[in-house]
Design a protein around this ligand. Structure first.
Ligand SMILES: *Cc1c(COP(=O)(O)O)cnc(C)c1O
Length: 387
């Protein structure tokens, strides 16, 4: 082996010694509350398929029917010949759903975030990010070449200090529902702050869309914030909506700017049209079936009450993301392994995904969980955290 590769091995060894080594598990079933893993069935408490739509029969059917009509591949980028009827219809439905003038599909949320920020910002501008923002937002900010400032988590005062010294175009960026904590960004205050400083506000509502707000309109809907209040909304389709892809919604000028300038929009293959059709079917279910959100609230309440009684350290979350704070990375991994042994899949989230010393078990709930499964998870957590 060359010296460079010997160095890689040494680095991997160091990662392992800190309890930070990451590895994949091979699933051999559709997504759902029960997964097939290594030849056995485990109860899934780590998916972002909060509403249980990833394998919903109507969504699967829509996908199959669309494959018969449109085939599998989209053939090219949207601007060449890859923009099909299903994409266009889905964009219109997403715009209506979010109460925005227009929406634009991206192939993933990661790409949407990189694309928006690079299109709106450049040298001489400034971007302000919550410390706990998703990696794709942080990368988008760095890639944009704008001056990059992180403010203390959900701390509007800390943001204010940074804004006062800023020049050029200003973009404030935040997760809506924070992906690893489950808490809500203080959007009304952020929106007021953005207006006061003539800054844009961008919200990534990957974990709120479909899950929070009346009919699943997301965190902006929950707070009653319109396009004027939050000019840039990013949402993903691979979580609450159960499919794949992402979109950005906002004014006509925003969307046209992205079509002209967002490199991760222009230079990439469009989503398969069948994915768009499947998403149209899942969006209908999201809007119609309030019981899925009601059930999630009930399950989260039950989980929190039980966890408190066991003395487990919860976070301030009103979402289906209910992390249990452990602290030490290796300990979080050990507990996750013990839970798996007991038949529950719960992932240990470690730095650098979360801050040093705040490794956690990221328990996520699905509308398809049964109360009994929550109770059994709590039992297993009790045993695993005592060992
Ligand atoms: C998952 C996630 C993304 C990335 O979306 P993908 O479609 O999976 O690439 C972006 N932002 C947040 C907050 C996320 O949780």
């Amino acid at each position: 082996m060359t010296v460079a590769f010997t160095q890689l091995s040494a680095n991997l060894e160091a990662i392992a010694q800190q309890g930070l080594y990451r590895s994949r598990r091979i699933i051999d079933s559709p997504q759902g509350v029960q997964l097939q893993l290594d030849g056995r069935t485990v109860v899934n408490f780590c998916s972002n398929d909060y509403l249980g739509l990833a394998n919903h029969p109507a969504v699967v059917d829509a996908f199959k029917t669309a494959v018969d009509q449109y085939g599998v591949g989209s053939g090219s980028a949207h601007l060449i010949c890859g923009h099909s009827m299903p994409h266009h219809a889905l964009e219109e439905e997403l715009a209506a759903f979010t109460g925005r003038d227009r929406a634009l599909l991206f192939s993933t949320g990661y790409m949407a975030n990189l694309g928006v920020m690079s299109a709106l910002l450049g040298r001489g501008d400034a971007v302000f990010e919550d410390k706990l923002n998703h990696a794709s937002l942080l990368d988008g900010g760095l890639l944009s070449r704008a001056r990059f400032k992180r403010y203390a988590h959900a701390d509007v005062e800390s943001l204010n200090v940074h804004l006062e010294n800023a020049t050029g175009n200003k973009l404030i960026v935040t997760d809506g529902v924070f992906s690893m904590d489950g808490d809500f960004a203080p959007l009304p205050a952020l929106s007021a702050m953005a207006k006061a400083h003539d800054a844009w506000l961008m919200v990534d509502d990957a974990h709120g869309l479909g899950v929070i707000g009346e009919h699943g309109g997301g965190l902006l809907d929950y707070y009653g914030l319109k396009q004027d209040d939050v000019p840039v909304l990013m949402g993903t389709l691979g979580k609450g909506l159960g499919t794949f892809g992402a979109f950005v919604a906002g004014s006509d000028a925003l969307i046209e700017t992205l079509i002209q300038k967002a490199r991760t929009y222009i230079y990439t293959t469009a989503l398969p049209p069948a994915i768009a059709e499947a998403t149209r079917a899942s969006l209908k279910i999201v809007i119609a079936e309030d019981w899925r959100r009601d059930k999630l609230t009930k399950l989260a309440d039950r989980f929190r009450l039980g966890a408190e009684q066991l003395g487990l350290q919860l976070m301030a979350s009103a979402s289906p993301i209910q992390p249990i704070v452990i602290g030490d990375s290796q300990q979080a991994v050990d507990i996750s392994n013990a839970l798996l042994h007991a038949g529950f899949l719960v992932s240990a989230i470690r730095p650098p995904t979360v801050p040093q010393g705040s490794a956690r078990l990221r328990v996520t709930l699905s509308a398809l969980h049964e109360e009994q499964q929550i109770d059994r998870l709590l039992d297993a957590l009790d045993k695993a955290t005592r060992q």
